[in-house]
Design a protein around this ligand. Structure first.
Ligand code: HEM
Length: 347
């Protein structure tokens, strides 16, 4: 892995922080140049803000949506990149919502995330629009707002790298990743009306001690059951790396969990989502979904830093069919010398 690729990987793999800010933007037609110019400056902007925020451990992951990739770059595209696919189950829907660019900012201090967001958005003024901004915060004992500890079964160390980072299967994009994001609004009064035991069966773990339910205690429709996948045909673990954060506002009651899952292929995250929303075996859907509603959905490719530093050729520079008069067509005539019977050479 090059140094650049290692930098991007560090941001994806960085441990959970106290503060986060998730920004999803759409890029206006004609805004592509501003995005292309920003990409090589991302690392420097993060360093500038990070150095001023002492020990903030500021990190920035940038994700590019499928359509934006084609508007920005020519040539080969990341093998797994496609738009987020809506899932419509009998009871619950995972919507696909607009989004070309994702910034996942994390730090020990919210001011560092706020400042970096301002710097990034300043560079994109007039070129892109923020369609979702979610401010995440660490909640007691790394619990989410259902009261359960979130992140326990995340892969660690080398297993986290194997789960989250693209490897030799797509060498041009090795060291990159795919991020799936969804904002979930919790129905807290309904959730809190359940007994603790009912909540534990919905999640699949105990609430206070955060221990996984085992054997017959573990329901088929629990969140843990439906997001645990068997190893693939080659015996490789099918895991994702989650950096979910609680968010919330008492003003409009939008309180919930911002889900962000990194994976070397979107197929694994998508299988978990299908299990949750469309069910698996005897489980009609994830019981947790009866108490939380997905309000956004997006899929992004996270380029390795060396690709950000030295992006592929812009789409606009794609060689076009020759429309000018040059030596290439074997004539020295200029357009005004064209006789009417020779027609229009630009057609
Ligand atoms: C409202 C949204 C969500 C909440 C509140 C939530 C919460 C939790 C909690 C409390 C756990 C158990 C502790 C842990 O291992 O982290 C868990 C596990 C897990 N969740 Fe979620 N989650 C949400 C959405 C999702 C989504 C959308 C996915 C995948 C697409 C997902 C994938 C997983 C996985 C893979 C595990 C570990 C399962 C295991 O191997 O034990 N979660 N989640």
């Amino acid at each position: 892995m090059t140094t650049g690729a290692a930098d991007a990987a560090r941001a994806v793999l960085a441990p959970q922080t106290r503060a986060a800010r998730f920004l999803v933007l759409t890029v206006r037609p004609g805004g592509e140049a501003a995005v292309r110019e920003l990409l090589p400056d991302l690392a420097g902007l993060r360093r500038s803000v990070g150095l001023r925020a002492d020990r903030a451990r500021l990190s920035c992951v940038t994700g590019l949506g499928s359509e934006l990739w084609d508007r920005l770059f020519d040539g080969p595209r990341p093998a797994g990149l496609h738009p987020f696919q809506e899932l419509r189950g009998p009871r619950h829907t995972a919507p696909a919502t607009p989004g070309d660019l994702l910034f996942h900012l994390r730090a020990e201090r919210p001011d560092a995330c706020f400042e970096l967001a301002g710097q990034l958005l300043g560079r994109l003024a007039g070129a892109a629009d923020v369609v979702d901004e979610t401010v995440g915060f660490e909640y007691f004992e790394r619990r989410d707002l259902t009261g359960f500890v979130d992140g326990t079964e995340n892969p660690e160390g080398a297993a986290a790298e194997r789960a989250a980072l693209i490897g030799a299967e797509d060498p041009r994009f090795a060291g990159g990743s795919y991020a799936v994001v969804q904002k979930y609004r919790h129905l807290l009064p309904e959730w809190e009306a359940l007994t603790t035991e009912q909540q534990e069966r919905a999640i699949g773990r105990t609430k206070l001690a955060d221990i996984e339910l085992v054997g017959k205690e573990q329901p088929a429709d629990s969140h843990v059951s439906l997001t645990s996948l068997d190893p693939d045909a080659d015996g490789r673990a099918q895991e994702i790396l989650r950096h979910n954060m609680p968010y919330g506002s008492y003003l409009d009651g939008d309180i919930g969990t911002y889900f962000i899952g990194y994976c070397r292929t979107p197929a694994i995250t998508e299988e978990m989502l299908r299990n949750m929303f469309l069910g698996r075996g005897e489980a009609p859907h994830d019981r947790l979904l009866d108490f939380t509603t997905a309000t956004t959905g997006g899929l992004f490719f996270v380029p390795p830093a060396d690709l950000l530093d030295d992006p592929p050729p812009p789409t606009a520079e794609r060689p076009r069919p020759r429309t000018d008069w040059s030596l290439g067509i074997g004539s020295l005539k200029r357009p005004h010398e064209t006789r009417p019977d020779e027609g229009d050479p630009t057609r």
